[in-house]
Design a protein around this ligand. Sequence first.
Ligand code: CFM
Length: 475
Amino acid sequence: VMPYHEFDCSKCIPERKQHAVLKGPGETLTDALPQGYLNTIPGTISERGCAYCGAKHVIGTPMKDVIHISHGPVGCTYDTWQTKRYISDNQNFQLKYTFATDMKEKHIVFGAEKLLKNNIVEAFKAHPDIKRMTIYQTCASALIGDDIEAIAQEVMEEMPEVDIFVCNSPGFRGPSQSGGHHTINIAWVKNKVGTVEPEIKSDYVINYVGEYNIQGDQEVMQDYFNRMGIQILSTFTGNGSYDDLRAMHRAQLNVLECARSAEYICNELRVRYGIPRLDIDGFGFEPLSASLRKIGLFFGIEDRAQAIIDEETARWKPELEWYKARLQGKKVCLWPGGSKLWHWAHVIHDEMGVQVVSLYTKFGHQGDMEKGIARCEEGALAIDDPNELEGLEAMYKLKPDIIFTGKRPGEVAKKIRVPYLNAHAYHNGPWKGYEGWVRFARDIYNAIYSPIHQLALVDISRDEIPTELGFCTAR
Ligand code: CFM
């Protein structure tokens, strides 16, 4: 880890100063906590998504038996299509297609409600097996004030076999995708939960919430729950079914995975229907085992949880240990979006031996960073909503062996000889579950030890930091 004094914080632009903080010697958590969840500074090349993206791309579209349509220019839809791998057991319908009304300038002037209605009907006709739809407002349709709900209502009256959910979360609704998470959580409870009655088949009934089935995460966890005799009424939303999610009110427990994106719906379900919330963590042997035990404890079936823990640990622990021995002391920049920074920070250290030298969050709230930085060692650099130059400077100075981040910063990292793993879509996932955690370790090992990175022209272990870089350069 580079010494604390080598970052010259006096050069920071004032607006960014409190967004990049080092956990210095002897510092308390409060000293090392960057500001978070504030508006992005104009001109900085933020990596954030917008509130439309948070609602549609993160939460809405993993639902598998639904036509997901955006009411706006085609770019909104296209840019939020297929950058994540939330697969499903419905032949990946939700990934194969993306739908947009393709608004143009003339619609801004004359309105686009007719266009929307035609598109809804056309989409249902093109996919006669699909009877469910979500519609997402964008900045363009929000600004001209198209009444999407009225159009959806009209169609539902004309086509009684279909059901439509409308999400009014235009891009400008909140400083980042996080605003969209909140909006769609609440809209779903308000408009759809309680409109279908489920068939109850077990004494132990849960909703699995804040789980998006990245490369099959949901299916791995579902297997553990099924082996415990638990019925999963719905998954919000990975591999989730629209009608199952209308029946969330009948669960005995909400099992919450990503609190950042989905605590809102759990809290609302508790208020409206008295369903308790249990936060769990499917990443890492210890957090996962503790989670299964907690769920077992809730239902009085700890023995079933323990049986799975024992079986899976015996099977996979030796492989994890093999990778841990080879990853010992490797330095990682942990740069995901929101909750993965604290889901991963301590456990990749404890169970894989890697050292987290920097963590950042695109849109996390202060609580996310607080949990993350508390789990890191002294010297870790915490950055809120970083721009590309800040990211580059951090890598030049910290010289990580690997970075876990998204595609855009990941491609930048590769050019300076830092291998990257895709924290959002994974490489050879799933990464949840016992086997998944070994897959993650294997991906890290393969990335760090691959000789291909030597082809990069810049080598940060040798080359000087370019003078145009710096936290100060955002000005
Ligand atoms: Fe939750 Fe997510 Fe995340 Fe998130 Fe995301 Fe994601 Fe992420 Mo990408 S819901 S906060 S908005 S765990 S898409 S599945 S990987 S930034 S850390």
